[in-house]
Design a protein around this ligand. Structure first.
Ligand code: HEM
Length: 361
Protein backbone atom coordinates (compact mmCIF):
# COMPACT_ATOMS: atom_id res chain seq x y z
CA UNK A 1 0.00 0.00 0.00
CA UNK A 2 1.16 3.53 -0.72
CA UNK A 3 3.25 5.44 1.84
CA UNK A 4 1.49 8.55 0.69
CA UNK A 5 -2.01 7.13 0.57
CA UNK A 6 -3.68 10.24 1.95
CA UNK A 7 -1.77 12.77 -0.14
CA UNK A 8 -3.58 12.77 -3.46
CA UNK A 9 -7.05 12.68 -1.96
CA UNK A 10 -6.03 15.39 0.53
CA UNK A 11 -5.16 17.78 -2.29
CA UNK A 12 -8.57 17.31 -3.88
CA UNK A 13 -10.36 17.63 -0.54
CA UNK A 14 -8.47 20.84 0.29
CA UNK A 15 -9.43 22.37 -3.07
CA UNK A 16 -13.04 21.25 -2.60
CA UNK A 17 -13.23 22.73 0.91
CA UNK A 18 -11.74 26.03 -0.31
CA UNK A 19 -14.57 26.16 -2.82
CA UNK A 20 -17.24 25.37 -0.23
CA UNK A 21 -15.87 28.12 2.06
CA UNK A 22 -16.19 30.71 -0.70
CA UNK A 23 -19.88 29.86 -1.17
CA UNK A 24 -21.21 31.96 1.73
CA UNK A 25 -24.89 31.35 0.90
CA UNK A 26 -24.29 27.59 0.46
CA UNK A 27 -26.39 27.56 -2.69
CA UNK A 28 -23.94 25.55 -4.77
CA UNK A 29 -23.04 28.56 -6.91
CA UNK A 30 -21.69 32.04 -6.27
CA UNK A 31 -20.10 35.01 -8.01
CA UNK A 32 -16.33 35.17 -7.63
CA UNK A 33 -15.52 38.87 -7.51
CA UNK A 34 -11.83 38.74 -8.33
CA UNK A 35 -12.19 36.11 -11.06
CA UNK A 36 -15.26 38.00 -12.32
CA UNK A 37 -17.22 34.85 -13.01
CA UNK A 38 -19.91 32.57 -11.65
CA UNK A 39 -18.70 29.39 -9.99
CA UNK A 40 -20.81 26.20 -9.99
CA UNK A 41 -19.86 22.97 -8.24
CA UNK A 42 -23.03 20.92 -7.74
CA UNK A 43 -23.77 18.00 -10.01
CA UNK A 44 -27.32 19.02 -11.04
CA UNK A 45 -26.27 22.64 -11.74
CA UNK A 46 -23.34 21.51 -13.91
CA UNK A 47 -25.65 19.17 -15.84
CA UNK A 48 -28.32 21.85 -16.24
CA UNK A 49 -25.99 24.34 -17.89
CA UNK A 50 -23.43 22.14 -19.65
CA UNK A 51 -26.13 19.99 -21.25
CA UNK A 52 -28.24 23.03 -22.13
CA UNK A 53 -27.95 25.58 -24.92
CA UNK A 54 -27.38 28.77 -22.94
CA UNK A 55 -23.64 28.48 -22.30
CA UNK A 56 -20.85 28.31 -24.83
CA UNK A 57 -17.08 28.21 -24.85
CA UNK A 58 -15.58 31.66 -24.94
CA UNK A 59 -13.19 32.17 -27.81
CA UNK A 60 -9.81 33.21 -26.50
CA UNK A 61 -9.36 36.94 -26.68
CA UNK A 62 -6.20 38.33 -25.12
CA UNK A 63 -5.50 42.09 -25.30
CA UNK A 64 -2.35 42.47 -27.40
CA UNK A 65 -1.11 45.43 -25.36
CA UNK A 66 -0.26 42.99 -22.54
CA UNK A 67 2.66 41.78 -24.67
CA UNK A 68 5.97 43.25 -25.78
CA UNK A 69 5.73 44.66 -29.31
CA UNK A 70 7.96 41.94 -30.78
CA UNK A 71 5.67 39.20 -29.34
CA UNK A 72 2.34 40.58 -30.56
CA UNK A 73 2.53 39.06 -33.99
CA UNK A 74 2.99 35.51 -32.68
CA UNK A 75 0.15 35.95 -30.13
CA UNK A 76 -2.13 37.22 -32.90
CA UNK A 77 -1.14 34.29 -35.14
CA UNK A 78 -1.84 31.84 -32.31
CA UNK A 79 -5.30 33.32 -31.55
CA UNK A 80 -6.18 33.12 -35.24
CA UNK A 81 -5.33 29.39 -35.31
CA UNK A 82 -6.57 28.38 -31.87
CA UNK A 83 -9.99 29.98 -32.16
CA UNK A 84 -10.71 27.79 -35.20
CA UNK A 85 -10.27 24.60 -33.18
CA UNK A 86 -12.83 21.90 -32.37
CA UNK A 87 -13.18 23.17 -28.82
CA UNK A 88 -14.88 26.36 -29.99
CA UNK A 89 -17.20 24.69 -32.44
CA UNK A 90 -20.72 24.78 -30.98
CA UNK A 91 -22.38 23.11 -33.93
CA UNK A 92 -20.47 19.96 -34.76
CA UNK A 93 -17.44 17.87 -33.94
CA UNK A 94 -14.76 17.96 -36.59
CA UNK A 95 -13.56 14.69 -38.09
CA UNK A 96 -10.93 14.43 -35.36
CA UNK A 97 -13.13 12.25 -33.11
CA UNK A 98 -13.47 9.56 -35.76
CA UNK A 99 -9.79 9.82 -36.75
CA UNK A 100 -8.85 9.09 -33.14
CA UNK A 101 -11.23 6.15 -32.71
CA UNK A 102 -10.24 4.58 -35.99
CA UNK A 103 -6.50 4.98 -35.31
CA UNK A 104 -6.99 3.47 -31.85
CA UNK A 105 -8.67 0.40 -33.35
CA UNK A 106 -5.56 -0.14 -35.51
CA UNK A 107 -3.20 0.17 -32.59
CA UNK A 108 -1.43 -2.77 -30.94
CA UNK A 109 -2.02 -1.57 -27.38
CA UNK A 110 -0.63 -4.76 -25.82
CA UNK A 111 2.63 -4.38 -27.66
CA UNK A 112 3.01 -0.71 -26.67
CA UNK A 113 2.38 -1.49 -23.01
CA UNK A 114 4.81 -4.43 -23.12
CA UNK A 115 7.51 -2.22 -24.60
CA UNK A 116 7.05 0.29 -21.76
CA UNK A 117 7.03 -2.47 -19.17
CA UNK A 118 10.18 -3.93 -20.73
CA UNK A 119 12.02 -0.85 -19.46
CA UNK A 120 11.01 -1.29 -15.82
CA UNK A 121 14.24 -3.21 -15.22
CA UNK A 122 15.64 -4.87 -12.15
CA UNK A 123 14.82 -2.11 -9.67
CA UNK A 124 11.12 -2.51 -10.51
CA UNK A 125 10.18 1.14 -10.34
CA UNK A 126 7.90 2.85 -12.80
CA UNK A 127 7.87 6.64 -12.95
CA UNK A 128 6.27 9.50 -14.85
CA UNK A 129 8.99 9.07 -17.48
CA UNK A 130 7.78 5.56 -18.39
CA UNK A 131 4.08 6.37 -18.34
CA UNK A 132 4.75 9.69 -20.07
CA UNK A 133 6.49 7.79 -22.86
CA UNK A 134 3.54 5.42 -23.24
CA UNK A 135 1.28 8.45 -23.30
CA UNK A 136 3.34 10.09 -26.04
CA UNK A 137 3.27 6.97 -28.20
CA UNK A 138 -0.50 6.78 -27.70
CA UNK A 139 -1.00 10.46 -28.59
CA UNK A 140 1.18 10.14 -31.71
CA UNK A 141 -0.59 7.02 -32.90
CA UNK A 142 -4.04 8.54 -32.35
CA UNK A 143 -3.21 11.67 -34.29
CA UNK A 144 -1.00 10.03 -36.92
CA UNK A 145 2.28 11.80 -36.21
CA UNK A 146 5.65 10.04 -35.78
CA UNK A 147 6.61 9.78 -32.12
CA UNK A 148 9.46 11.88 -30.69
CA UNK A 149 10.47 13.37 -27.36
CA UNK A 150 10.53 16.96 -28.58
CA UNK A 151 6.82 16.74 -29.43
CA UNK A 152 6.11 15.52 -25.90
CA UNK A 153 7.94 18.46 -24.34
CA UNK A 154 5.94 20.90 -26.46
CA UNK A 155 2.66 19.07 -25.76
CA UNK A 156 3.22 19.23 -22.00
CA UNK A 157 4.01 22.93 -22.22
CA UNK A 158 1.10 23.75 -24.51
CA UNK A 159 -1.19 21.80 -22.14
CA UNK A 160 -0.81 24.69 -19.68
CA UNK A 161 -3.17 26.66 -21.92
CA UNK A 162 -5.96 24.26 -20.96
CA UNK A 163 -4.99 23.68 -17.33
CA UNK A 164 -5.13 27.27 -16.07
CA UNK A 165 -1.40 27.30 -15.31
CA UNK A 166 -0.25 30.41 -17.21
CA UNK A 167 1.63 32.75 -14.87
CA UNK A 168 2.23 35.93 -16.92
CA UNK A 169 2.50 37.41 -20.43
CA UNK A 170 6.01 36.05 -21.09
CA UNK A 171 4.95 32.59 -19.98
CA UNK A 172 1.92 32.81 -22.27
CA UNK A 173 4.19 33.64 -25.22
CA UNK A 174 6.48 30.67 -24.57
CA UNK A 175 3.48 28.33 -24.23
CA UNK A 176 1.97 29.73 -27.43
CA UNK A 177 5.26 29.01 -29.24
CA UNK A 178 4.95 25.36 -28.24
CA UNK A 179 1.39 25.24 -29.57
CA UNK A 180 2.50 26.74 -32.89
CA UNK A 181 5.45 24.36 -33.09
CA UNK A 182 3.03 21.42 -32.86
CA UNK A 183 0.52 23.02 -35.23
CA UNK A 184 3.29 23.52 -37.84
CA UNK A 185 4.26 19.84 -37.51
CA UNK A 186 0.65 18.71 -38.11
CA UNK A 187 0.26 21.16 -40.98
CA UNK A 188 3.46 19.87 -42.60
CA UNK A 189 1.97 16.35 -42.54
CA UNK A 190 -1.05 17.58 -44.43
CA UNK A 191 -0.22 18.40 -48.03
CA UNK A 192 -3.55 20.18 -48.56
CA UNK A 193 -2.99 22.61 -45.70
CA UNK A 194 -4.70 25.95 -46.13
CA UNK A 195 -3.98 29.13 -44.20
CA UNK A 196 -5.72 27.82 -41.06
CA UNK A 197 -6.26 24.16 -41.61
CA UNK A 198 -8.96 22.99 -39.26
CA UNK A 199 -7.84 19.36 -39.30
CA UNK A 200 -4.33 20.38 -38.25
CA UNK A 201 -5.54 22.58 -35.42
CA UNK A 202 -7.95 19.90 -34.15
CA UNK A 203 -5.24 17.26 -34.30
CA UNK A 204 -2.93 19.63 -32.42
CA UNK A 205 -5.55 20.13 -29.69
CA UNK A 206 -6.24 16.38 -29.49
CA UNK A 207 -2.51 15.61 -29.36
CA UNK A 208 -2.05 18.02 -26.44
CA UNK A 209 -5.21 16.82 -24.65
CA UNK A 210 -4.11 13.18 -24.92
CA UNK A 211 -0.90 13.83 -23.03
CA UNK A 212 -0.85 14.62 -19.32
CA UNK A 213 -4.49 13.74 -18.63
CA UNK A 214 -4.07 10.03 -19.42
CA UNK A 215 -0.84 9.83 -17.42
CA UNK A 216 -2.53 11.50 -14.46
CA UNK A 217 -5.40 9.07 -14.76
CA UNK A 218 -3.05 6.06 -14.84
CA UNK A 219 -1.39 7.28 -11.64
CA UNK A 220 -4.78 7.79 -9.95
CA UNK A 221 -5.88 4.28 -10.84
CA UNK A 222 -2.63 2.78 -9.53
CA UNK A 223 -3.14 4.83 -6.38
CA UNK A 224 -6.74 3.69 -5.89
CA UNK A 225 -6.21 0.01 -6.66
CA UNK A 226 -2.92 -0.42 -4.80
CA UNK A 227 -4.69 -2.63 -2.22
CA UNK A 228 -6.21 -4.91 -4.82
CA UNK A 229 -6.24 -8.65 -4.15
CA UNK A 230 -4.10 -11.06 -6.20
CA UNK A 231 -5.90 -12.22 -9.33
CA UNK A 232 -8.43 -9.36 -9.31
CA UNK A 233 -8.45 -7.45 -12.58
CA UNK A 234 -9.02 -3.77 -13.20
CA UNK A 235 -12.32 -2.95 -14.88
CA UNK A 236 -13.45 0.11 -16.82
CA UNK A 237 -15.81 0.81 -13.90
CA UNK A 238 -12.79 1.06 -11.59
CA UNK A 239 -11.03 3.45 -13.97
CA UNK A 240 -14.16 5.61 -14.15
CA UNK A 241 -14.44 5.64 -10.37
CA UNK A 242 -10.81 6.65 -10.06
CA UNK A 243 -11.39 9.44 -12.56
CA UNK A 244 -14.35 10.52 -10.39
CA UNK A 245 -12.31 10.66 -7.19
CA UNK A 246 -9.21 12.25 -8.72
CA UNK A 247 -10.41 13.95 -11.85
CA UNK A 248 -7.41 15.22 -13.86
CA UNK A 249 -9.60 18.05 -15.24
CA UNK A 250 -11.40 19.85 -12.42
CA UNK A 251 -13.17 22.72 -14.18
CA UNK A 252 -14.44 23.87 -17.56
CA UNK A 253 -15.16 27.48 -18.52
CA UNK A 254 -18.15 28.85 -20.37
CA UNK A 255 -19.95 32.11 -21.13
CA UNK A 256 -23.72 32.82 -20.94
CA UNK A 257 -25.35 33.45 -24.30
CA UNK A 258 -28.68 34.85 -23.02
CA UNK A 259 -30.25 36.05 -19.79
CA UNK A 260 -31.56 33.18 -17.67
CA UNK A 261 -33.19 32.97 -14.27
CA UNK A 262 -32.23 29.80 -12.44
CA UNK A 263 -32.87 28.87 -8.80
CA UNK A 264 -33.89 32.48 -8.07
CA UNK A 265 -30.71 33.99 -9.55
CA UNK A 266 -30.35 36.09 -12.70
CA UNK A 267 -27.52 35.19 -15.05
CA UNK A 268 -26.88 37.67 -17.85
CA UNK A 269 -25.65 37.31 -21.40
CA UNK A 270 -21.89 37.74 -21.56
CA UNK A 271 -21.23 36.70 -17.95
CA UNK A 272 -18.53 34.07 -17.47
CA UNK A 273 -18.95 30.81 -15.58
CA UNK A 274 -16.58 28.15 -14.29
CA UNK A 275 -18.08 24.69 -13.75
CA UNK A 276 -16.13 22.62 -11.25
CA UNK A 277 -17.02 19.27 -12.82
CA UNK A 278 -14.26 17.58 -10.80
CA UNK A 279 -16.00 18.60 -7.56
CA UNK A 280 -19.51 17.95 -8.85
CA UNK A 281 -18.16 14.39 -8.62
CA UNK A 282 -18.12 14.85 -4.81
CA UNK A 283 -21.74 16.02 -4.60
CA UNK A 284 -23.25 13.87 -1.80
CA UNK A 285 -26.74 14.28 -3.33
CA UNK A 286 -25.55 12.30 -6.34
CA UNK A 287 -22.70 10.16 -5.01
CA UNK A 288 -23.32 8.48 -1.66
CA UNK A 289 -20.12 8.44 0.45
CA UNK A 290 -18.45 10.56 -2.23
CA UNK A 291 -14.92 10.13 -0.91
CA UNK A 292 -15.05 6.33 -0.98
CA UNK A 293 -13.87 4.30 -3.97
CA UNK A 294 -17.02 2.41 -5.07
CA UNK A 295 -16.78 1.18 -8.68
CA UNK A 296 -20.03 0.71 -10.59
CA UNK A 297 -21.92 3.75 -9.26
CA UNK A 298 -25.14 4.58 -11.04
CA UNK A 299 -24.53 8.26 -11.78
CA UNK A 300 -22.02 9.18 -14.46
CA UNK A 301 -19.13 11.29 -13.11
CA UNK A 302 -18.29 14.51 -14.96
CA UNK A 303 -14.54 13.88 -15.19
CA UNK A 304 -14.68 13.80 -19.00
CA UNK A 305 -17.15 16.69 -19.16
CA UNK A 306 -20.73 16.46 -20.36
CA UNK A 307 -22.87 17.76 -23.20
CA UNK A 308 -21.64 18.92 -26.58
CA UNK A 309 -18.02 19.30 -25.47
CA UNK A 310 -17.65 15.93 -23.78
CA UNK A 311 -14.09 14.68 -24.18
CA UNK A 312 -13.63 13.07 -27.57
CA UNK A 313 -10.84 10.88 -26.18
CA UNK A 314 -12.95 9.47 -23.34
CA UNK A 315 -13.51 5.92 -24.60
CA UNK A 316 -9.99 5.58 -25.95
CA UNK A 317 -8.49 6.87 -22.73
CA UNK A 318 -10.60 4.62 -20.46
CA UNK A 319 -9.77 1.61 -22.61
CA UNK A 320 -6.05 2.40 -22.76
CA UNK A 321 -5.77 3.08 -19.02
CA UNK A 322 -7.67 -0.14 -18.19
CA UNK A 323 -5.38 -2.20 -20.44
CA UNK A 324 -2.25 -0.50 -19.14
CA UNK A 325 -3.04 -1.02 -15.47
CA UNK A 326 -4.27 -4.57 -16.04
CA UNK A 327 -1.14 -5.62 -17.88
CA UNK A 328 1.05 -4.03 -15.21
CA UNK A 329 -0.78 -5.51 -12.23
CA UNK A 330 -0.92 -8.98 -13.77
CA UNK A 331 2.88 -9.07 -13.64
CA UNK A 332 3.55 -6.88 -10.60
CA UNK A 333 2.09 -6.03 -7.22
CA UNK A 334 2.29 -2.37 -6.14
CA UNK A 335 4.42 -2.12 -2.98
CA UNK A 336 4.72 1.65 -2.64
CA UNK A 337 3.65 4.87 -4.39
CA UNK A 338 5.62 8.04 -3.89
CA UNK A 339 4.29 11.39 -5.07
CA UNK A 340 7.19 13.77 -5.82
CA UNK A 341 5.45 16.67 -7.57
CA UNK A 342 1.84 17.69 -7.95
CA UNK A 343 0.77 20.53 -10.23
CA UNK A 344 -2.37 22.48 -9.51
CA UNK A 345 -4.08 24.87 -11.87
CA UNK A 346 -7.56 26.37 -11.88
CA UNK A 347 -8.66 23.69 -14.35
CA UNK A 348 -6.48 20.68 -13.58
CA UNK A 349 -4.73 18.76 -10.85
CA UNK A 350 -2.17 16.08 -11.60
CA UNK A 351 0.76 14.14 -10.20
CA UNK A 352 3.58 15.19 -12.53
CA UNK A 353 6.40 13.29 -10.84
CA UNK A 354 6.07 9.96 -9.07
CA UNK A 355 7.60 6.57 -8.42
CA UNK A 356 5.62 3.37 -8.19
CA UNK A 357 7.57 0.50 -6.62
CA UNK A 358 6.61 -2.89 -7.97
CA UNK A 359 7.20 -6.45 -6.83
CA UNK A 360 7.13 -9.26 -9.39
CA UNK A 361 4.23 -11.65 -8.78
C1 HEM B 1 -6.64 9.91 -25.46
C2 HEM B 1 -6.74 10.87 -24.58
C3 HEM B 1 -7.54 12.12 -24.78
C4 HEM B 1 -7.82 12.84 -25.92
C5 HEM B 1 -7.37 12.58 -27.34
C6 HEM B 1 -8.68 13.96 -25.52
C7 HEM B 1 -9.15 14.93 -26.37
C8 HEM B 1 -10.03 15.93 -26.02
C9 HEM B 1 -10.49 16.98 -26.89
C10 HEM B 1 -10.05 17.19 -28.35
C11 HEM B 1 -11.37 17.73 -26.20
C12 HEM B 1 -12.12 18.98 -26.72
C13 HEM B 1 -13.54 18.56 -27.09
C14 HEM B 1 -14.45 19.72 -27.31
O1 HEM B 1 -14.31 20.77 -26.63
O2 HEM B 1 -15.35 19.61 -28.13
C15 HEM B 1 -11.47 17.18 -24.87
C16 HEM B 1 -12.29 17.66 -23.91
C17 HEM B 1 -12.24 17.23 -22.60
N1 HEM B 1 -11.42 16.24 -22.08
FE1 HEM B 1 -10.24 15.00 -23.11
N2 HEM B 1 -8.89 13.89 -24.15
C18 HEM B 1 -8.22 12.79 -23.66
C19 HEM B 1 -8.15 12.36 -22.35
C20 HEM B 1 -8.83 12.94 -21.32
C21 HEM B 1 -8.79 12.50 -19.94
C22 HEM B 1 -7.96 11.34 -19.40
C23 HEM B 1 -9.61 13.34 -19.24
C24 HEM B 1 -9.93 13.34 -17.77
C25 HEM B 1 -10.24 12.26 -17.08
C26 HEM B 1 -10.19 14.30 -20.18
C27 HEM B 1 -11.10 15.27 -19.84
C28 HEM B 1 -11.69 16.14 -20.73
C29 HEM B 1 -12.72 17.11 -20.36
C30 HEM B 1 -13.30 17.35 -18.96
C31 HEM B 1 -13.09 17.77 -21.54
C32 HEM B 1 -14.21 18.77 -21.72
C33 HEM B 1 -13.76 20.20 -21.67
C34 HEM B 1 -14.94 21.14 -21.70
O3 HEM B 1 -16.11 20.79 -21.52
O4 HEM B 1 -14.66 22.32 -21.86
N3 HEM B 1 -9.68 14.04 -21.42
N4 HEM B 1 -10.65 16.08 -24.79
Amino acid sequence: MSDTSAELTDIYIRRYEELLDLDERKKGFFYHNSMKCWIFYRYDDCLHFLNGVNVTKKRMNVPLDLFQIEDRHIVQHFLHIFNESVIFNDKKHSGVASVISSNYRKMDVCNLINSVMGCIGENSIISEKDIGRANNILACFLTGIPSDDELTRHAIKAGMLFDGKISDANHFVSVVKSFIFLYDKFTALNEYATEVNDTSVDLTVAFIAAHQTSMHLIFSVLYDISNMQDGESVTKQMVLESARLHSPVISVGRIFLMHEQYKGQDFNAGEKALFYTGFANYDPETFVNPLTFIPGRKARPLSFGTGLNTCIGMNVSIDFVTSFVNQLTKKYRISKLVINEVSEGSAAIGVDKFNVNLVKR
